[in-house]
Design a protein around this ligand. Structure first.
Ligand SMILES: C[S@@+](CC[C@H](N)C(=O)[O-])C[C@H]1O[C@@H](n2cnc3c(N)ncnc32)[C@H](O)[C@@H]1O
Length: 253
């Protein structure tokens, strides 16, 4: 099982921060996708790169069965604690531990950029049943200086660390042409859904420490950065963090 080493270490060491700081997904986005894919209580879906199960929690209840796959033992342990009835399996997008044609849809939340795109897409096509759906979701911070007066300083502090960590394996939009090139999927559809998280400065610090490129810093540097984030926020007690979820979906042809 080969995973980008930055993901392997970054997520294993930040499970609590991940749970505390990361946003979930707007329920309406997931119910719309379930309707679009024709999912029913008889359907089986795969949450690929399920992590601690933030997206999994939106899927259970909508379908009969959810299989959650993730390479990180620590992330899966958290998912298992929260969702003991979910079938959580170790595995990667490039070698999915699921039988051919056995799932009605594959959902990927905040993770496709970690995959080796072409291998992952062929694996996803293999495990989908005929006409099965694929949904890729990313939560984008849609923050404004008006609500978060420290935003510019926050960016100036953190951007150099993000750049120093290097690009993700599937940075940018190249995955879209790779998806088309497989010949296995219908043209992609896309939508955006806004949602808001009302949170606290400590949750914001948890969010920052859950970013792999911060989680992977040496302990002293990480503590220093997180301390500076906390100072930046100052006395503001409640934070309004706006997110825009980018949603892309397609079906097996
Ligand atoms: C940002 S987290 C997203 C977790 C979850 N889907 C969510 O929405 O909260 C990214 C996840 O991708 C997993 N991951 C990284 N590389 C992977 C790969 N090649 N195949 C499958 N999962 C991978 C990590 O272990 C981590 O749990």
């Amino acid at each position: 099982m080969t995973v980008d080493p930055r993901a392997a270490t970054g997520f294993a060491s930040a499970v609590d921060a991940y749970e505390r700081g990361r946003p979930s997904y707007p329920p309406v986005a997931i119910t719309n996708l379930a309707r679009e894919f024709g999912l029913t209580p008889a359907s089986t879906v795969l949450d690929l790169a399920a992590g601690t199960g933030k997206l999994t929690r939106r899927l259970v209840g909508l379908v009969g069965s959810v299989i959650a796959v993730d390479p990180s033992e620590a992330m899966r342990a958290e998912l298992h604690d929260r969702l003991p009835a979910v079938d959580a399996r170790p595995g990667t997008a490039e070698a999915i531990p699921v039988a051919d044609g056995s799932v009605d849809a594959v959902f990927v939340g905040e993770a496709f950029h970690w995959f080796r795109t072409t291998e992952a897409l062929h694996e996803i096509a293999r495990v989908l049943s005929p006409g099965g759906g694929l949904a890729l979701l990313w939560n984008r911070a849609h923050w404004s200086e008006k609500e978060l007066p420290w935003l510019t300083a926050f960016g100036e502090l953190l951007d150099p660390y993000r750049k120093a960590a290097g690009p993700f394996p599937a940075e940018g939009d190249d995955w879209k042409s790779a998806l088309q090139a497989t010949g296995a999927f219908a043209p992609l559809s896309s939508a955006e859904v806004d949602h808001v998280l009302t949170t606290t400065p400590d949750d914001l610090v948890a969010l920052v420490s859950s970013w792999s490129w911060i989680a992977n810093l040496p302990d002293g540097d990480r503590a220093d950065v997180l301390g500076r984030v906390r100072e930046l926020v100052g006395p503001q007690q409640r934070l309004t963090l706006r997110y825009r979820t980018d949603i892309h979906w397609t079906r097996l042809v």
